[in-house]
Design a protein around this ligand. Sequence first.
Ligand SMILES: [Zn+2]
Length: 408
Amino acid sequence: MAKTAVVKAKYIIAGEGNVLVDHSLLIEDRKIAAIEPSGKLKADKVYNLGRAVLMPGLINCHTHLELTDLGKPVTRRQDLTMWLDEVRELRDATDNKDLIKSSQKGVEAAIEYGTTTIVDHANSANSYIPLKESGLRVFLLFEMVGFPEHLYESKAKLLDERIAMVEEGDFLKWGVAPHSAYGVSERLLKKCSAIAQESDCIISVHASEHEGEVELFETGGGPFIDFLTRLGSDFSKWKAPGVTPVEYLHKLGLVTGRTLMVHCNYLHGSDFKIIKNAGAAAVYCPRSHFYFYHRYHPFKKLLAEGVRVVFGTDSMVSNWSLDMLEELKFVYHSYEGLAPIQLVRMATADAASALGLDDKVGTLAPGMEADICAVHIPKSFTDPLKGLLDQRSRNIFTMTAGNLLYQE
Ligand SMILES: [Zn+2]
């Protein structure tokens, strides 16, 4: 990279969300040094992005990169347990070399779509190298699956090995991702909780994604019994906790200010307060939610309760692309009463804060690291924020810490 760079665009979303017209960013030593009217700043390298909205890089708070390309499509259906069976079979039939390639494709797509920070639920170690070499800011969260108690020793060992394998750096942090309340034994959930407490890492867990999951925990019945029995669980001695999955995870110390509660599609009663009081973030995956034909998502209620709501794409087996901008467009055009800037902030500043990165990224201001993207908007728009969420707008520029990763 040139020592200093100027990035010039018709519009810049600066600070808390002010839209500046005909301004430029000056980047020095990976950081934003100044934001001034275009023409005032000089640098070794100039990027002139034309009719684009320059904004903080998008933060994808939930995906599974190794599932980007499993060779054939997974059937779209409403039944989560049948879908999980199909995904598991397809993934198990794919060798590690292809899963690395699949992860690499996901990384490239994310960059092309303007993502600068990504949170990956890594079921295997296959996404590690593609992510490490990507130039993205990465949270590599080791996904644990294993509800049957007898799997505890082998799964706990695997988790310890994965953590030992990772070389953390300024750009890559590891964390724990117990798959879900129903996907992991109580003992393994407690281990994840203890690790997170000791290391202060990010925790991510699929929470209340499906009605059947809530039914299982509240009553001990429902469709998840058959599904988990097929996977080797024995329910003859299991006693339903009689609480919601969120209450159960909270009791085990997994709902904290460092937790990403993924999905939160079916929240009941005290779930909202628990998430709010813990300072956890709710990760809404809009198009994945739609993919499974869920009708309602309580994100507005979560926002009204004061919960930080952020966005994720989930993976390519329950979405059409890893494009975060498409998630914002989808929400904007599906729900009334949302200001475009609010959606932008949720995908940038709020997500950075959920990940503990808000002193570095998520906002364009002097002193912040230069993690940026730029969205080209159609000519017909005079309101750049509405243009940003028009179906025709697309990312044309991705940069992390002043390092150019993509330019169209
Ligand atoms: Zn997921």
